[in-house]
Design a protein around this ligand. Structure first.
Ligand code: ADP
Ligand code: BMX
Ligand code: ZN
Length: 289
């Protein structure tokens, strides 16, 4: 049975048809609206899925935010233009009239990447370095979501008590430093106002500040991986998101992880499903797989 899979990120919305062989067809993307009111997100989702929804019998959503009882609750509302709450399941049920499942984006991606490993490992983590830094943990073959949906929100663990204030209200979260928004927020002078994508391309052209910002992100991420290894004894850590998958980034994280004591070393892999891990993980969960 074909599933309409939707991925709601802080920067982009994606939707696609996922067939029974986990193949993706008719993938579409739109920018995520930055608006405090739910109406803009509802309208964007409606436009995104309109050409796809007639062809499916169910909907699966991977979304940024804490997904609790079908609602999106922003842990870091800055990533969604200040939006605090969005009735995710209800909105999609109203738009499509179809059975719908919703799960956090990084939790969904962790599940897809766990599947891609084909039973090789029982304990793994997925970390997305994107608008924010998200995480999903599979422990003893089970995806941890938590009773309140918060499990795996690794981006909100402490990186630097003297670091920048995070949109979640804590000081010095990993996300405030390592994420695409964190990289952009620290840019000064000639790079002030640039987004992370631009900063990566400037680093490729030899810009020293750009390179420093990327190293700071990768070093922070490597320390997070070491913390996660200590917490979960995972056998691998899979990295995704547009920053995480950017050329050269994973090699930098490996470089900084190698500087940690050996007990915290763990195999690092780029997401097998690249930018589609969230879509595919949500589809798998909706199918009960
Ligand atoms: P989302 O958070 O919506 O899932 P992405 O995974 O694309 O979306 O992450 C968005 C962040 O990634 C933004 O900060 C953007 O500037 C940055 N980004 C997008 N493309 C690239 C790229 N090719 N290289 C580095 N960073 C990128
Ligand atoms: C934030 C948080 C997580 C999410 C992560 C990655 C919000 C709105 N989101 O830490 O739930 O998994 O960002 O999200 O509080 P992305 O948009 O970068 O993919
Ligand atoms: Zn935070």
């Amino acid at each position: 049975m074909t599933t309409l899979a939707i991925d709601i990120g802080g920067t982009k919305l994606a939707a696609a048809l996922v067939d029974s062989n986990l193949r993706i067809r008719e993938r579409r993307e739109l920018p995520t609206p930055a608006s405090k009111t739910p109406d803009a997100l509802r309208a964007a989702l409606q436009a995104l899925i309109a050409p796809l929804q007639e062809q499916v019998k169910r909907v699966a959503i991977a979304s940024t935010g804490i997904i609790r009882e079908g609602s999106l609750l922003a842990l870091n509302p800055h990533n969604l233009g200040g939006l605090l709450h969005f009735p995710l399941l209800q909105t999609l049920k109203d738009l499509t009239g179809l059975p719908t499942l919703a799960v956090n984006d990084a939790q969904a991606a962790a599940w897809a990447e766990y599947h891609a490993l084909g039973g090789e490992y029982r304990d793994m983590v997925f970390i997305t370095v994107s608008t924010g830094v998200g995480g999903g943990v599979v422990s003893a073959g089970k995806l941890l979501t938590g009773v309140g949906g918060l499990a795996g929100h690794l981006g909100h663990t402490l990186a630097d008590p003297h670091g920048p204030v995070c949109g979640c209200g804590r000081v010095g979260c990993v996300e405030a430093i390592a994420s695409g928004r964190g990289i952009a927020a620290a840019a000064e002078g000639a790079l002030a106002g640039c987004d992370a994508k631009t900063i990566f391309s400037r680093a490729g052209q030899g810009d020293e500040q750009a390179s420093r910002l990327i190293h700071r992100s990768a070093r922070t991420l490597a320390r997070l991986v070491a913390d996660v290894k200590a917490m979960t004894d995972c056998q691998c850590a899979v990295i995704g998101g547009s920053v995480g998958l950017a050329e050269g980034y994973l090699a930098l994280v490996e470089h900084y992880l190698a500087q940690e004591p050996a007990a915290y070393h763990v195999e690092l892999l780029a997401a097998h499903y690249r930018h589609d891990a969230g879509l595919l993980g949500a589809a798998l969960l909706a199918r009960g797989e």
